[in-house]
Design a protein around this ligand. Structure first.
Ligand code: TXA
Ligand code: MG
Length: 319
């Protein structure tokens, strides 16, 4: 597997010559390209089969790096980035003309920015003279990758290199926030930073849908989807209703003795939502590979990282 490795120089060289590199982050692995080079960014959309009007997050090493490309930063955003960057938080800011290319934002006046909390990728960003546009490194619509092997499984042919930074520690994508003209902080996608934590920093937030002119692919009804249909409910009841079917189980804490253990993934026997989030996408991929007829899962507690888990499962179940 020559494409996966820990050689930062290889990653730098590939990115500098407009190629794509899989990069580790604390949330999920990204498919990175030079954000300032439209040709390089175009390759991301081709590699993923992603429609070009779905904007990409720009990864930077510090807020200071972005200052030339964005308009004034609202105080509420500064409160968030002061505490939560580097970390699983993406902020949308009004961009200045002539900076971040249109292809990155799908023509939107807003640009999504994030400082990831992963030592390898932070070092990479510090050594590059340009920021990195990077969506999750999966084919459009499929489950996000949390290991270098997940990236290789889907995109080996498309990437020049995959930087190995170990498994992603958070396991779900960043929380996306925007402060609108009325100074309301909106959460566009629940993710690795809990809404509760954001509220302790900036007060009440709105979970309202974004401006409909903004396309947020992670908020499409069907996304993060396995090939195997996902059904959410009470697992014991779902097992009764689907006795004749070959099923896989994705549960929070409980093991179901009547189903062979190879068809079950218990995300956190101790009941930790953080641990469940960390294990979620790998478990979904593993169950999908077993080619069962259904994946049965349940609603997680709607708090902390449970919101992001429920969001991803609901989209995986929608078709
Ligand atoms: O944790 C993450 O955010 C990961 C890692 C790699 O950083 N990235 C990620 O990227 O999840 P992606 O492309 O799979 O999801 C990013 C979401 C998309 O739904 C995109 O539409 C939205 O962010 N987004 C990015 N820029 C935006 C913008 N300017 N306006 C509205 N939505 C934006
Ligand atoms: Mg994605």
């Amino acid at each position: 597997m020559g494409v996966i490795g820990k050689d930062l120089e290889k990653a730098i060289e590939a990115l500098t010559t407009s190629e794509l590199v899989g990069i580790p982050t604390e949330t999920v692995y990204g498919l990175a390209a030079n954000a300032m080079n439209p040709n390089a960014v175009t390759r991301i959309f081709t590699a993923k089969d992603r429609p070009t009007f779905h904007p990409l997050i720009v990864h930077i090493h510090s807020l200071a790096q972005a200052q030339n490309w964005v308009e004034a930063i609202p105080p509420k955003i500064l409160k968030l980035t002061d505490t939560l960057w580097p970390g699983p938080l993406t902020i949308l800011l009004k961009r200045k003309a002539g900076g971040i290319p249109d292809i990155v934002t799908g023509g939107s006046p807003w640009v999504g920015l994030r400082v990831p909390q992963h030592p390898v990728t932070l070092e990479l960003l510090n050594r590059l003279p340009f920021p990195l546009a990077a969506p999750s490194a999966n084919r459009f619509g499929y489950v996000s990758p949390t290991t270098p092997q997940h990236v290789a499984d889907q995109l080996e042919e498309e990437v020049a290199y995959i930087l190995d930074g170990g498994p992603s520690l958070i396991g779900v994508e960043s929380t996306i926030v925007q402060v609108d003209e009325e100074d309301t902080c909106r959460v566009l996608r629940p993710g690795g930073v809990s809404i509760e934590l954001i509220q302790t920093l900036v007060g009440p937030v709105s979970l309202a849908k974004p401006d409909t002119s903004i396309r947020t692919s992670g908020t499409l009804k069907s996304h993060y989807a396995t090939q195997t249909p996902v059904v959410i409910g009470n697992i014991a009841e779902l097992l009764g209703e689907n006795e004749s079917k070959k099923v896989g189980i994705l549960s929070f804490q409980e093991f179901y003795p009547r189903i062979p253990s190879e068809y079950q993934r218990v995300l956190s026997p101790q009941g930790s939502l953080a641990e469940a989030a960390q294990n979620l996408f790998a478990a979904m991929r593993e169950l999908d590979e077993l080619d069962q007829e259904l994946i049965l899962t349940e609603k997680f507690p709607e708090l902390g990282l449970g919101r992001a888990i429920n969001d991803r499962l609901q989209r995986a179940a929608a078709r």
